[in-house]
Design a protein around this ligand. Structure first.
Ligand SMILES: *Cc1c(COP(=O)(O)O)cnc(C)c1O
Length: 617
């Protein structure tokens, strides 16, 4: 095991480097480059996220949060915004999902060829965790925008020789291990990530913490600003209000879920064991505990000058959860060029090629003949049907109304709401002329309720499958399958328990491809639903049975009749999905809002007008 020996300064030309000496070697904590030589490094927005979906063959994400992070960076690259991003390498990925005949999920690690896809960078940083030094290096991935602008992404890695054997595995598994492992990962992301950027010469003017996993970034910034006692400077606990304010001025925080379990909390013992005496005391001292636990959301709230939720409603709900802090809203989006199917990309290129640079041109879908939109959708549907056949042997029909439901299997998402009254569902399918329903989704390996939910869907499928109704659960939901499903089905179904769906983005991918949603009014759908024009609302009711009844009513009396009897009205609706929702629920619009409202509010006209603060509850 590696022991901490000492900390010393190495003086070099224009600056100095603080060094950590451990029993297995000596490491620089930071290595400053002369900044004047690289002015572009000074103007950056540094984006920190525990997961980022960078490419379909890189399993460095688990679901919506990672996809959103990737789409954000893809849009920033398209728009020429000076962003640099930090995440962990996740050398063994999230997990590959296997489902047996009863729908029971088992998992396997998903190692991937990072060496073939990433460039190693020379700089390293070191942090002290569990009272010993951990050396962190990075691998670089370039997100290249449509104009050639590059957003570099640094994936942190602790699998280095001098590190303690246990520490070498800290960047292996996304959301793996126990809470101790998770806290170590969050320290590497936040504190290690901040130091790697400094070592590379970046001088970001804004730090964006994407969800609370990245909160320790703020502590790291404070630590490096003071030069902490445990690493050769003044004690963290001696930070003054103005020290904290100078960190606050640089930090922006986005919270992503109103589900309490989604907000990381750690016991104080763990906090002290992993982060050490000084950081632990400082976190207590600065009000980062909540109900006697270290709460990562409170860390971020305490140290950020701008905080937002990810849809208008979610901002309001978060404001109620954290009444001491003003919470704004910026509604999520999707990267249009990533999630439009090939047939729609071609269609858009033909009608308004500028859409790739500026997604607002999608509004002009209003001028595309609906028949062309219907034809593009049929292409996507055929691709999906072919994929389902090759994966499962089930032959679906292209002329049958097809619903899609694919998401992380968490209980609040209620994957089984559609099966509340199986007899009624069967009757609807019979009378309408057939129904095909495609499911996909992973449950977190430790979520046994989620796993049981997958089995319930399997069970319903086994009982209902017949000539009138075909239900298929597709294994291992990930990027490519997500694209095929949201592009290729006829209706995107979403049935969360209100108000737990912070935003949801798969329905946005569907809308961009002309696919209407049938959804509970929660998250983005409150803003995107124009009844009968972009889809339909499952009405707000007090209990599950009444909500499922509303779902059946809509399906029976509106959705299925329109699909089977009014193909022209249906095609017109598909056009509206793109023109109204595709043109707005994209990450070009979203990144623009972050730039003017969150990153550089002083450059926006908002600053010239006195706006009332959002209501504090
Ligand atoms: C888009 C996407 C998600 C997020 O979908 P939600 O609607 O937010 O649940 C999750 N996983 C994959 C693979 C996706 O492509």
């Amino acid at each position: 095991m590696q022991e901490l020996n000492s900390i010393w300064l190495r003086i070099e030309g224009k600056g100095f480097t603080r060094m950590i000496e451990g029993s297995n070697g000596t490491y620089p904590i930071t290595a400053a480059l002369p900044l004047a030589e690289q002015p572009e490094l000074n103007q950056s927005i540094a984006y920190f996220s525990m997961e980022i979906a960078l490419s379909p063959n890189m399993p460095t994400y688990s679901g919506g949060l990672g996809v959103l992070a990737g789409d954000t960076l893809r849009s920033a690259a398209d728009m020429g915004i000076p962003v640099v991003a930090v995440t962990l390498l996740h050398r063994k990925g999230y997990f590959r999902q296997y489902l047996d005949g009863s729908g029971w999920q088992t998992e396997d690690a998903e190692p991937w060829n990072y060496e073939g896809m990433l460039e190693p960078v020379g700089q390293v940083a070191a942090i002290i965790l569990q009272n010993r030094p951990v050396m962190v290096r990075a691998w670089r991935f370039d997100v290249v925008g449509v104009t050639g602008h590059i957003v570099p992404v640094y994936l942190l890695d602790t699998d280095l020789d001098p590190n303690d054997p246990w520490d070498r595995h800290l960047t292996d598994h996304l959301y793996g291990g126990d809470s101790y492992y998770r806290l170590c990962q969050e320290a590497i992301l936040g504190i290690g990530g901040g130091r790697i950027l400094a070592a590379l010469g970046y001088k970001p003017s804004v730090y964006h913490m994407n969800e609370g996993h990245a909160s320790l970034l703020a502590l790291g910034l404070l630590e490096d600003q003071l030069g902490s006692a445990s690493e050769g400077g003044g004690p963290l606990t001696s930070a003054t209000a103005s020290d904290i304010d100078s960190v606050r001025r640089q930090c922006v925080f986005t919270t992503h879920t109103p589900v309490p379990a989604g907000h990381d909390q750690f016991g104080l013992d763990q906090m002290y064991q992993v982060l050490g005496e000084e950081r632990g005391k400082a976190l207590e001292h600065f009000g980062c505990l909540h109900n006697g636990l270290l709460n990562m959301t409170y860390v971020a709230l305490r140290f950020s000058r701008y905080v937002n939720g990810v849809a208008m409603k979610h901002g309001e709900v978060s404001q109620q959860m954290f009444p001491e802090y003003p919470v704004h809203s910026i509604t999520n989006g999707v990267h249009a060029a990533t999630w439009a199917s090939e047939s729609f990309r071609k269609l858009f290129d033909r009608h308004f090629p500028e859409w790739r640079y500026d997604n607002f041109y999608l509004r002009s879908a209003i001028g595309i003949p609906p028949s062309e939109i219907a034809a593009a959708h049929l292409d996507s549907k055929r691709l999906l049907i072919r994929e389902v056949a090759s994966r499962t042997g089930v032959e679906l029909r292209e002329d049958v109304l097809t619903l899609g439901f694919a998401r992380r299997v968490a209980t609040y998402k209620r994957a089984d709401l559609l099966f509340h009254d199986p007899e009624r569902l069967m009757r609807i399918a019979h009378e309408a002329g057939g129904l095909q329903i495609l499911y996909a989704g992973k449950s977190h390996p430790q979520d046994s309720l989620g796993k049981a939910l997958i089995q319930r869907v399997f069970d319903a499928a086994a009982r209902l499958n017949s000539d009138a109704i075909r239900i298929v659960y597709l294994e291992n939901y990930e990027w490519d399958l997500g694209a095929l499903l949201s592009n290729g089905v006829d209706v995107w179904l979403n049935t969360p328990m209100r108000p737990y769906e912070a935003s949801g983005t798969s329905g946005m991918k569907a809308a961009l491809n002309g696919v209407p949603s049938l959804s509970v009014l929660d998250g983005w759908w409150i803003e995107g639903c124009v009844e009968g024009a972009t889809g339909w609302a499952i009405e707000d009711r007090d209990h599950e049975q009444a909500e499922s009844a509303s779902l059946y009513d809509k399906l029976e009396s509106v959705v299925a009749p329109m699909y089977y009897q009014q193909p022209e009205a249906w095609a017109k609706m598909m056009q509206m999905c793109i023109a109204i929702n595709g043109s707005f629920f994209n990450t070009h619009r979203m990144v623009g809002q972050y730039v003017s409202n969150a990153y550089f509010p002083d450059r926006s006209p908002r600053q010239q007008v006195e706006l009332p603060e959002p209501a504090m509850v």
